[in-house]
Design a protein. Sequence first.
Length: 662
Amino acid sequence: MTGWAIVAGLTGLAGLTTHPAAADAASAETTTVETIVVSGASAVRAQSTAPVPLAASGTGVEPFRLIGATWSGGGGTQMRTHSSQGWSEWTTIEIDNDDAPDPNGPEGRATRPSSKPTWVGVADGYELHFPDSAAQAEVFLVRDNGEQRVQAAAGPNQPAVQPRSAWGAREPKTALTNAPKVQMGFVHHTVNANDYAAADVPAMLRSIQAYHMDSNGWDDIGYNFLVDRFGTAWEGRAGSLDAPVVGAHTEGFNTGSVGVAILGDFRTTAPSQASVAAASRVLGWKLGTSGVDPNGTATMTSGGNDTFAQGNVVVFPAIAGHRDGKSTTCPGQLLYDQLPAIRNAAVLTAAALTAPIGSLDVASIAPGGARVAGWALDPDVADPISVHIYVDGSYAASMTADMSRPDIGDTYAGYGSNHGFDTSVGVGAGSHTVCAYGINVGPGNNRLLGCRGVEITDLPTSSLDLVTMAPGGIRVAGWTLDPNAAQAITVHIYVDGTFTGSITADNDRPDVAAFLPGFGPSHGFDTVVGVGPGYHQVCTYAINIGPGTNTLIGCRAVPTSDNAIGSLDLVTGAPGGVRVAGWTLDPNTAQPVAVHIYVDGTFATSFTAEASRPDVAGILPSYGPAHGFDTEVGAGPGSHQICVYAINVGPGTNALIGCRKN
């Protein structure tokens, strides 16, 4: 009978804690690898010639997220894990020599062959049965308690890639090596379950990194980039966003290649279209920035593996599957079948890399036509480039985008700030579509920066904002401008159908300048028209310059009076008398007026109504707020009739504001 040498949770080297980058020390992630040494078989073997398989098991252990193992002698190990859902099915894991550093470098010489890491979500138990030939073994449990970070800004034409800080990566063990350039890309899968949640991904990446570094003995996570099933791309090995970093993903061909792994197992399950699209964008970007055609080929010299001996020269597709470079099933048949589509999509990304970028920010009415403003730059050069403007599909103008745009300089470091444009294009009245194109320098194509619709009119544009009673008549205010000129124009005012005067609309109106920046702020008007008491209709007209006709700005009706007006708001008992409050003013003056109070028909007191009443100023802005009153009038016990009179100034008579009993 065959015996089992079982070790349950014997710890060889436990609690290897990762060390975050110095910049992240304040919010360090905690990802640990527990190494369980499986031993104890030698004594049994000494007493028997029969093979004694090794096994390891543990239940109720501290929850872990990822598991793997290493053993001597080859063969497959049976493994299952326990979670809140019970025991998983048995699965076979094998020593993985597929993803590895190049064998002759320092990282390759330090490698400890292990199984591929298996993501288990959250598990609290494990059981492994090693092959009969295994003489020694170790189990690796990876635990993670980290949190996702914030995404960094992308550079010009870079696809959206979450940086290492977004998943809480730890620093590499040592400085990593850069290749002279990226010559090709290898596509991988990570052979884990495909049903993970988006929230699991940062922990998956940290766990894979910990396994690669602490179980396999590598300097960092092996892949340059990883992509999840939701279409998010993540920076893997440190520096891969900015440099041709040598990875540990395709043994023998890591130098000069970029490794992109999609999280999942695609031997019998197809990858999501979102993940394929994201991988295409990353590969197109990395190859395109090196001038490599994603549909071309790459000639590589093997550093040595089980398929291509060291020194062999191999011609690969520029985007290849892992199995093209080594004896492996990676990246799974159903992902491998997607490689032609990945190459074609990557070509589009690569072609866009050298095209200009920018934005058409403004297309609005301006003196004589349309104002066009925005920014443009070509990633190939720091110098300003040309922008061509088309109106309704026809070429209209060109300019150099060399105006200062500090926001662009801040966003695209190294290119400077002088990449803005702001000009006027002559167009006639009507609805127009304005488009701007960035003119390419060197490789690449011109790029459409954007199109916007704009309505151009020859008629003055304006607003009648205010018609209200004011000292001496009626206050009339608003703004107007003629689209054919930036200069101030004339406004004619009619009262009850009769011309009463004209003014130049040249008052400062910053709000108009913000709305129509091509015309400046000097287009406001604010005047008082003298009228007698009564109900009047006031109309204003903008006097046109050049093409077009005069335009009615607007008409409003407003009452006026020579008599004082106001309101008795409050009459109530107070200690020793009656409290009286309200407001009053004389339409002929903005100055406060006198108020007389009578108690039971007898004069009691007088004062000036000058207390602040912002509500009155809001309704009658020409008079200001100083027209309120709030006072106490002496009176005996009981109910009294209180009457308030406003004392008129100039034409008109005193006015009864109101009478009330307390």
